[in-house]
Design a protein around this ligand. Structure first.
Ligand SMILES: Cc1cc2nc3c(=O)[nH]c(=O)nc-3n(C[C@H](O)[C@H](O)[C@H](O)COP(=O)(O)OP(=O)(O)OC[C@H]3O[C@@H](n4cnc5c(N)ncnc54)[C@H](O)[C@@H]3O)c2cc1C
Length: 313
């Protein structure tokens, strides 16, 4: 006799009927177990032998890690032959994780069950529904997710069993534990950076200040060739004709004149801010915002503002 576990997900309890139908097609005499993470559900005449009602935090009902671990635990105890999920959004998320935990395969989106001798054949659409694939799994437990609402009402239910109910609970610390604030890893290549804080000869004496601003904005530092040629920075952060073409969402040009050789590297910049003591420098004419003034003062003021307001994360 096969032992089948069906997983009834929170919020979509009505789809369990498809799982019962599939279970009956696999083996009419199978012992059907259900694990359910919702409360207040009436499973009278549900055609299930045993139901485990699991009490847990509301957030854990949707937590694929918590659910997968729980299913692994009961499988290790009961050793199911089949484990069935609904192919809903949640089911599609949880089922692969459970398969991984149980070290078995998963046939997703099953629409029908056929028998081929001793073998149970799982049928599912393939190639965007142009073909149907017939899949046999030779490893136990056989796992599948079943497309909801695939069966007509009269195909469902024998109504011959009344479930025995067991209660269990999961104690987890909750699905979201903030251990630390996430800091987006910085891209090392200036070509893939979203934010570039770029310096030119106008900031040569205090170039290192660019790094603080870049850190605060979670961006990277780049430079004009002037600074590269004089050994202030390495060539791999040079923007322009003999450097790199960049495509950040934001490029802040500090003390950069904007010669054609530099500007050619800015072809794909989405927003450009330039800070220059000379508002007639060529870069100012292609900028979205021009700040006329000293680049170092600008950096200091902006850093202060960001740090005061804790804008960075
Ligand atoms: C074949 C060839 C290839 C080249 N390839 C590249 C390239 O790939 N990339 C590149 O960048 N260049 C390239 N160049 C060099 C380029 O022509 C310029 O010489 C160089 O870009 C100038 O750098 P800059 O704008 O930083 O300096 P500058 O031309 O000296 O301009 C400095 C700017 O800073 C402003 N400024 C001064 N003090 C301050 C201050 N305190 N605060 C704010 N603003 C201030 C000034 O008003 C000025 O506009 C190439 C040149 C050649 C011939």
């Amino acid at each position: 006799m096969n032992k089948i576990l069906i997983c009834i997900e929170a919020g979509n309890t009505k789809y369990y009927k498809d799982l019962i139908n599939i279970s009956n097609k696999i083996d009419k005499n199978s012992e059907i177990w259900a694990v359910v993470f919702s409360e207040g559900i009436d499973f009278e005449n549900c055609d299930i032998d045993k139901i485990i009602k699991v009490k847990c935090l509301q957030s854990d009902r949707y937590n694929n890690k918590v659910i997968a671990e729980y299913i692994k635990k009961i499988h290790n105890k009961e050793n199911f032959d089949y484990v069935l999920f609904s192919a809903t959004v949640l089911g599609r998320m949880i089922a692969p994780r459970v398969a991984m935990e149980l070290k078995t395969g998963l046939c997703a989106d099953v629409t029908e069950i056929e028998k081929n001798g001793e073998d149970i054949v799982m049928v599912r659409p393939a190639f965007e529904g142009k073909l149907y694939a017939s899949i046999i799994c030779d490893k136990k437990p056989v796992m599948m997710s079943v497309r909801p609402m695939m069966f007509k009402e009269d195909e469902k239910f024998c109504n011959t069993r009344t479930a025995k109910i067991y209660e269990d609970s999961i104690t987890s610390k909750g699905s979201v534990v903030i251990k630390d604030k996430y800091k987006k890893p910085k891209s090392k290549d200036i070509r893939t950076s979203d934010i570039l804080v770029s310096g030119g000869s106008g900031i040569k004496n205090q170039f290192e200040k660019l790094y603080t601003l870049a850190d605060n904005l979670e961006g990277n530092v780049s430079a004009s060739r002037w600074l590269v040629d004089r050994g202030y920075v390495k060539r791999d952060i040079q923007v322009g004709q003999s450097g790199k073409v960049v495509s950040p969402k934001l490029y802040i040009a500090l003390g950069i004149h904007g010669t054609s050789q530099h500007v050619v590297g800015l072809k794909n910049v989405q927003h450009l801010i330039s800070v220059n003591t000379n508002k007639n420098a060529p870069i100012c004419f292609i900028s979205d915002i021009v700040v006329e003034g000293d680049a170092v003062t600008f950096i200091e003021m902006l850093n202060k503002r960001i740090e005061e307001n804790n804008y960075n994360c």
